[in-house]
Design a protein around this ligand. Structure first.
Ligand SMILES: [Zn+2]
Ligand SMILES: [Zn+2]
Length: 391
């Protein structure tokens, strides 16, 4: 497949400023971010394509070369070290464009988690950090549409109150760990073909605290944490999708002996809806009307994500017609756009009729108004028109 023009990929003109370039790239990167499009190969390709275009056009030197020679400027013998294969790993993209996303993390760090996730403010000097907790959260489409506050009950390690998490019985002293001499870490020198590596690991004797406990706390046996239950309040914004995840800092397992808390990672799952199907930010549904309603027109009551609404059916509505309720769909996350509700109107054709009903239908059979267009008197029929084509 031919490579698309970089300007076209980013939807900008050749004279676009660095600011416009950045803005446009950021928008595309958000739209096609793999976390927002789980399992969508096309989105991933678009994401990489945009990243590649941005990589070239954001560098004045490369941009000048590209303007003169096009894609050929970067294809000579792989010497440029850059090609579509350069970004086989999504994480590479985040490390390459740290500047645009700020701090080297993904723009979705807060909400969607993401490639280069790092823990902010976690210090190494205390005990062993707690592990992250992951859980799945099922949401109805209604909840997705409006956003929702959820209270989640969790079983996890929580800080031991009596010893404030340090693991020592009240009044008992800590003494310096003899394994690491109070450093909390152990250095090991490893030799490899690339030279020597110094491997630093947390001291296992003191769990990285540098101190050992003379008199361990009775309620936690010196662990500084106990198994417990807590309730976490989470605000889910409107417009999330299946596969998105939300990271709540320091809401995971408490660390050992005062170690930092892990994160709580919530994976969003969308429940199947009995009426609606979601397609992007639009929701689709079917309604059935009777033959007389289709012919004469009517007003029916239908369900929306936010309650009932009246829908006008024009006279002469054909089966399969799509009607649209503007902005009755799902709000787009991070923007003020709202999707639509699309209603497919189906005309119900009965299969069983009693003899009286059949008689009524038979009377309609030969009425001019009930004949298909081309079968009406005075109009050339479908077959005679076809004959004209062949003669
Ligand atoms: Zn304790
Ligand atoms: Zn130690």
């Amino acid at each position: 497949m031919a490579k698309r023009d970089y300007y076209e990929v980013l939807g900008i003109t050749k004279t676009a400023s660095q600011d416009e370039l950045k803005k446009s790239y950021r928008k595309l990167a958000m739209q096609f971010h793999p976390d927002r499009n789980p399992g969508n190969k096309e989105a991933e390709d678009k994401f990489k394509e945009a990243a590649e275009a941005y990589e070239v056009l954001s560098d004045p030197d490369k941009r000048a070369k590209y303007d003169r020679f096009g894609h050929q400027a970067f294809q000579a013998g792989g010497g440029s070290g850059f090609g579509p294969q350069g970004f086989s790993d999504i994480n590479d993209i985040f490390s390459a464009f740290g500047d645009i996303f700020g701090g080297g993390n993904s723009p979705f760090d807060d909400f969607f988690g993401g490639g280069g996730r790092q823990r902010g403010g976690r210090s190494r000097s205390t005990g062993e950090p707690g592990s992250d907790l992951k859980l799945r959260l099922s949401l109805t489409l209604e909840e997705v549409a409006t956003g929702v506050e959820k209270k989640l009950k969790l079983k996890k390690f929580i800080r031991c109150e009596p010893c404030s998490g340090n693991g020592a019985e009240k009044g008992s002293d800590h003494s310096t760990c003899t394994t690491c001499n109070g450093a909390g870490e152990v250095r090991q020198v490893q030799k490899s073909v690339f030279g020597q590596f110094v491997n630093i690991t947390a001291c296992s004797t003191c769990s990285g605290t540098g101190k050992t406990i003379k008199n361990p706390c009775k309620s936690c046996k010196g662990e500084g944490r106990i198994q417990g239950e807590t309730t976490v309040k989470v605000n889910i914004p409107a417009g999330v999708s299946n596969g998105n995840y939300l990271t709540l800092r320091n809401q995971g397992n408490s660390g050992r002996r005062g170690g930092a808390d892990g994160d709580l990672i919530i994976l969003i799952e969308e429940e199947r809806h009995s009426i609606f199907t979601r397609e992007g930010n639009d929701i689709l549904c079917d309604v059935e009307i009777s033959i007389p309603e289709a012919i004469l027109g009517t007003e029916i009551e239908i369900s929306t994500l936010t309650g009932k609404a009246k829908l006008k059916i024009d006279s002469g509505t054909q089966s399969g017609k799509l009607l649209r309720f503007r902005q009755k769909g799902i709000p787009e996350y991070g923007s003020n756009r709202v999707g639509d509700q699309i209603i497919r109107v189906n005309v119900f054709i009965p299969k069983t009729l009693d003899s009286k009903e059949k008689d009524l239908i038979k009377q309609m059979e030969h009425l001019d108004g009930f004949l298909p267009e081309q079968a009406r008197p005075g109009k050339p029929g479908l077959f005679s028109r076809m004959k004209n084509v062949f003669s």
